[in-house]
Ligand binder design. Structure first.
Ligand code: CA
Length: 240
């Protein structure tokens, strides 16, 4: 006799009161669980998602106040940035108390997917404390977690990821404040984070989980603090 049971459940689930919203959320949560229970999906191998270049900033502009995204329309606004410096590729931006802000977009948050962040750095300086921010998305805004590439007082680059499971960071590699160009990448996969400096890879096994937030993506500073001093060039975000 299913009808009385269902009727009783509905009366419990949708009874008025403060618990009604929670009960509705529980009902909604049942829907995807039911969908994934289909046998065809249960046995299908999970194919790796194709990597997508979400944003690519050449920083080749020599006038104006816009950092053009060559692929995804994620253009940034320049604040106090010097244009036209000799670059890693083409020209580069110079930073003192400077910042580039790219509006938040869903595509710039990897969620559970792999993400690869890339930037090129050239400086003769290093911060006293705590660090300089090269590229970050998170802290100022809603959502879960953040990702960032930073530059440490040791002259080394570092990666930081905060996700739905935990936070993790990794500082490694040689001193980079030698006045030459260096490529720095930070990667989050399902099982580890990686820092890649001029092709040399450092890895930490850790599951940070999903990252998805509504913060602007910032280059060269942590908004009003931790200003990088030097040149930055050729940055990108790749998801998958
Ligand atoms: Ca460039």
């Amino acid at each position: 006799m299913p009808e009385p049971t269902v009727g009783r459940m509905l009366s419990l689930v949708f009874r008025p009161g403060p618990s009604a919203a929670l009960a509705c959320a529980a009902v909604v949560a049942l829907v995807p669980a039911a969908a994934t229970a289909r046998p065809s999906e249960a046995v299908a191998p999970s194919a790796p998602a194709a990597a997508v270049v979400v944003a690519l900033w050449h920083m080749d502009e020599t006038s104006g106040n816009v950092m053009v995204d060559a692929v995804g329309g994620h253009h940034g606004t320049l604040y106090g940035v010097q244009l036209g410096l000799p670059g890693f590729g083409g020209t580069a931006y110079g930073f003192t108390r400077s910042l580039v802000a790219v509006p938040s977009a869903r595509a710039l948050s990897p969620g559970r997917k792999k993400v690869t962040l890339t930037i090129h750095v050239n400086t003769t300086s290093a911060p006293v404390r705590p660090d300089w921010d090269l590229l970050r998305k998170g802290v100022f805004g809603d959502g879960v977690g953040d990702y960032k590439i930073e530059f440490q007082p040791s002259g080394q680059a570092s990666c930081g990821f905060a996700g739905s499971l935990r936070s993790a960071d990794l500082t490694a590699g040689p001193r980079l404040n030698d006045g030459r160009w260096h490529g720095v990448q930070c990667v989050k996969t399902a099982n580890e984070i990686r820092l890649i400096v001029d092709g040399q890879r450092f890895t930490k096994r850790v599951r940070v989980g999903s990252i998805s937030n509504g913060s602007a993506l910032l280059i060269g500073a942590r908004a009003g603090s931790e200003f990088f001093r030097g040149a930055l060039d050729e940055a990108s975000v790749v998801v998958g």
